[in-house]
Design a protein around this ligand. Structure first.
Ligand code: K1U
Ligand code: ZN
Length: 169
């Protein structure tokens, strides 16, 4: 297993639209194992392949307290969304240190394949539902700051570029 490098906003590669996975094979299983290790090392609850510069529809999630319930979602699709929404505080491993409110469906049903290539429907609410929606946005090339006002987004962009310049010194 390996810890992968996470792209940082405003890296243009974060806006790439991911392609469906054609075959769940050992290459994809290695990718999901590496993504889980990367997510746990970064203390995240989710990670999309787009964030590690792999533009295929793969997500890993673990919202459990004990960090012992990894989920792998390959080619995820929302097959049902609740009629109600909620404003949730979100963070992102590609925008470290920034937290803000995003409106999401309260509950979703998501069809996806697991690491064995078996298709299943995940019925999610609460933090899991929020995380699935956040990670599926990444696969569409969308970062959560794009829901914020242009003023906020530009401030975040300036702050991130400054931090990246200082970190590179
Ligand atoms: O996609 C990512 O960058 C991972 C992201 C997922 C996420 C967090 C909160 C709401 C929606 C989606 C993170 O894991 S950010 C890490 C973090 O700060 C956090 C961890 C647990 C709960 C809330 C935030
Ligand atoms: Zn994110």
């Amino acid at each position: 297993m390996a810890i992968l490098s996470i792209l940082q906003f405003p890296d243009a590669r974060l806006h790439t639209v991911a392609k469906p996975v054609a075959h769940v094979d050992d290459r994809i299983r290695t990718l999901t194992a590496d993504m889980l290790q990367t997510m746990y090392a970064a203390q995240g609850i989710g990670l999309a392949a787009s964030q590690v510069d792999v533009h295929e529809r793969v997500i890993v999630i673990d919202v459990s307290e004990e960090r012992d319930q990894p989920m792998v979602l390959i080619n995820p699709e929302l097959v049902w969304t609740s009629p109600t929404t909620h404003l949730n505080e979100e963070g992102c491993l590609s925008v470290p240190g920034i937290y803000d409110g995003v409106t999401r469906f309260d509950a979703v049903h998501c069809q996806a394949m697991d690491a064995d290539g078996h298709s299943r429907v995940i019925k999610a609410e609460g933090l899991l539902a929020v995380c699935i929606q956040h990670e599926m946005d990444h696969l569409l090339g969308k970062v959560f700051v794009e829901y914020l006002s242009p003023l906020k987004r530009n401030r975040i962009k300036t702050k991130m570029l400054k931090a990246q310049r200082e970190g590179a010194r």
